[in-house]
Design a binder for this molecule. Structure first.
Ligand SMILES: Cc1cc2nc3c(=O)[nH]c(=O)nc-3n(C[C@H](O)[C@H](O)[C@H](O)COP(=O)(O)OP(=O)(O)OC[C@H]3O[C@@H](n4cnc5c(N)ncnc54)[C@H](O)[C@@H]3O)c2cc1C
Length: 349
């Protein structure tokens, strides 16, 4: 790259930069530690006529075996600024789990149930991460980003981000247009933890008084560890991109058919209301009823032994191995229930 402040590397392996540990190299690779470097990288890619892909922590990503022929820019902007009254301004390159630890230690509530989610702070608004009864959009005030179309930095309000289940402006209509550089959060200073989720309620059933935010975040990490949903070095069940399939939202009128497919009644089908006339079904339940249970698969790619929704790299898996397994599962669930599952992770290459 021409700018000395933004060193460029070539043919950089991407697999080690992802939690799946799969995929070929990036033709060009750079890190951005400042907003100026973000703008410089975009300008360089445009001048060279190569595509630019923004990499965060690589925890929601599946890279093709051939790699990526353009520039991979990894977000490294750091900094967690406490602005008082539970307001935090955080650099997009900070570790999400590190920010959660800092927030709960400062007795600020609102993200304690999102402890243990890997990846960067800048990655969280992209698919509006959620777990154990919380979604990141509940606490986001605004997102600062480089708008590649307008070639300028913009501050997007929460409303402009158009958050919904595992979706936002950033991974739908405006995919690839914005590079998130900072996120501003409004947490609840001195607030009590959210204990909406059954596993958490069970964990704290005998707790008097209300558990601390630190205790809830620790419990979430323990529950995640038991399911292989916490990154632990050497644990093959977490060599994944987390949940591989989204929970499908379908017309409520489909429920009798789903029940019939498992020889049961509508009341036996787990579901949550999801807007007018629609319900959300647990993808894990559909997989299991279609025969795709924990530990499924004989090859190097298989279903986690502890979490039905996580496809894992058992060692030496390729993009093609995961793709074959994905196709088999999607087809199996569709034949059984008439519902087509959607992939959650982003594919690069
Ligand atoms: C073990 C495990 C458990 C997980 N559990 C959960 C969970 O409970 N809930 C949940 O919602 N997700 C979960 N995930 C998925 C993943 O951790 C999140 O989606 C995370 O927020 C992705 O962030 P990242 O920085 O790793 O993004 P990456 O994987 O690097 O990128 C994902 C996408 O976001 C884009 N992106 C990343 N950073 C930016 C940025 N700064 N600006 C613009 N675009 C950007 C990328 O271009 C790409 O399109 C899990 C993953 C794993 C491996």
């Amino acid at each position: 790259m021409t700018s000395a402040s933004l060193p460029l590397r070539e043919d950089v392996p991407l697999a080690p930069l992802t939690t799946f540990r799969i995929g070929g190299p990036a033709r060009y690779f750079a890190e951005a530690t400042t907003e100026q470097e973000v703008a410089a990288a975009v300008a360089w890619a445009e001048a060279q006529g190569v595509e630019l892909f923004l990499l965060g922590g690589g925890s929601n990503l599946l890279v093709h075996d051939e790699g990526f022929a353009g520039l991979v820019l990894q977000m490294k902007i750091a900094g967690i600024e406490a602005l008082g009254d539970g307001v935090f301004e955080v650099g997009a390159g900070e570790s999400w789990d590190g920010f959660v630890a800092r927030a709960v230690a400062a007795e600020c509530a609102g993200i304690e149930c999102l402890a243990g989610i890997p990846g960067s702070v800048g990655g969280t608004p992209v698919q509006n991460v959620g777990a154990y009864g919380q979604e990141v959009s509940e606490t986001i005030v605004s997102v600062r980003a480089f708008d590649r179309q307008a070639k300028a930095f913009v501050d997007l309000s929460k409303q402009e981000c158009r958050f919904r289940y595992r979706a936002s402006l950033f991974n739908t209509d405006a995919r690839g247009r914005y590079i998130v550089t900072r996120v501003r959060f409004q947490l609840r200073a001195g607030g009590v933890p959210t204990l909406r989720y059954a596993d958490l309620q069970k964990h704290f059933a005998d707790a008097h008084p209300t558990p601390s935010l630190v205790a809830v975040a620790a419990a979430v990490r323990e529950i995640r560890r038991a399911k292989g949903m916490l990154i632990v070095e050497g644990d093959p069940d977490c060599r994944s991109a987390g949940s591989f399939f989204k929970n499908p939202v379908v017309a409520a009128s489909l429920l009798p058919e789903v029940a019939k497919a498992v020889g049961g009644e509508v009341k036996d089908v787990p579901s949550w209301p999801a807007g007018e006339g629609c319900v959300k079904l647990p993808a894990a339940w559909l997989l299991e009823r279609a025969g795709f249970v924990k530990g499924y698969g004989v090859g190097p790619a298989g279903i986690s032994t502890r979490h039905t929704l996580a496809l894992t790299n058992r060692g030496g898996a390729t993009f093609a191995d995961v793709e074959h397994l994905e196709e088999e599962i999607v087809a199996g669930v569709e034949i059984r229930f008439g519902i087509r599952l959607e992939r959650e992770p982003v594919v690069l290459g």
